[in-house]
Design a protein around this ligand. Sequence first.
Ligand SMILES: Nc1nc2c(ncn2[C@@H]2O[C@H](COP(=O)(O)OP(=O)(O)O)[C@@H](O)[C@H]2O)c(=O)[nH]1
Ligand SMILES: [Mg+2]
Length: 367
Amino acid sequence: MATRRGGRKNVKKGVQFTLMVVGASGTGRTTFVNTLCESQVLSHKISDNPETAHVEEGIKIKPVTVELDEDGVRIALTIVDTPGFGDNIDNESAFQEIVGHLERQYDDILAEESRIKRNPRFRDNRVHVLLYFIPPTGHALREMDIELMRRLSPRVNVIPVIGKADALIPSELRAFKKRACTIMEDIEHYRIPVYNFPYDVEEDDEDTIAENSELRALLPFAIVGSEDEIDIEGQLVRARIYPWGIVEVDNPKHSDFSRLRSALLNTHLTDLKSLTHDVMYETYRTEKLSKTVHTDRTDQSILPEELATQSVRLKEEQLRKEEEKLREIELRVQREISERRQELLAKEESLRNLESRLAAQNSQGEY
Ligand SMILES: Nc1nc2c(ncn2[C@@H]2O[C@H](COP(=O)(O)OP(=O)(O)O)[C@@H](O)[C@H]2O)c(=O)[nH]1
Ligand SMILES: [Mg+2]
């Protein structure tokens, strides 16, 4: 799988991948990131204590990059955490912060692309995937969940996940799966274009179709994260211990974590990157450039009807100039004619003078 999408070049150079995590405080984003990276990449300081969770007011986005080795492929994984979306009654500023970050990265690329001399140190910080953490409440999607996913989907590949899926006791599991279905029904009902592991029955090979439809069926991924390792039959595994048993993070029977991990960092990494560049960025670029043209027009405040009036005015102006030129020629010709006439008159005059002088001479000679 890694070779199919990864390729040899990646092994030497490594690949860069950017992941954004969005969700309310306490949905398990920090734990997920640390589980994914197998190290303490993000700290819990603020969100650990529910009493102080409100401190996350006002989002500050600080990306961190870690080096991972995924089946021999070096991955520079950048994590963009967006503390506490949905903590406040009004989430608009949080939303603006998130979408602002996504669009700023596109603006940077746009600026870099139009530079004559490229900056060799330029860093492409576009976000390739956004994991949206839905709390395991068992309810259908909230208005703000739908709103956020709908507004972000045109800018980034959104994958919905349910954080802390083990918060539901095993007896609730069946009900939970049903609830997960409700979430996907909502997503389809509201036509939210989340990343649903797209495939083309006509174009794609059997393996891809099977793999993608399997992953699609898992949406939204039920995530369990843990920073603790426990000894199970001599092997250290990341898990959470409960009085009723152990939940293993990497066990596909317990959570979708490992499926999501391998989709993100291995099988679908290239697809997510291509979509980001070919679809999300391309759409943004087109919108931005056509908006610029539109803005230029309004800057000069020329409306279509004004534009028509202006073209008539231009034609009138042109006609007036041509008329003027013709009149000039006419005047010049008239002047020339009158000059010639003057000359002619002068010649006639001198001719008459000559004639009268000759006549005078002749009459003198007769005497
Ligand atoms: N049961 C359970 N608890 C979790 C899980 N992930 C995180 N937690 C706990 O939930 C609390 C909040 O987690 P944290 O990762 O800081 O959430 P964040 O605010 O979204 O970053 C912490 O006490 C974690 O130990 C999980 O998968 N299952
Ligand atoms: Mg956190």
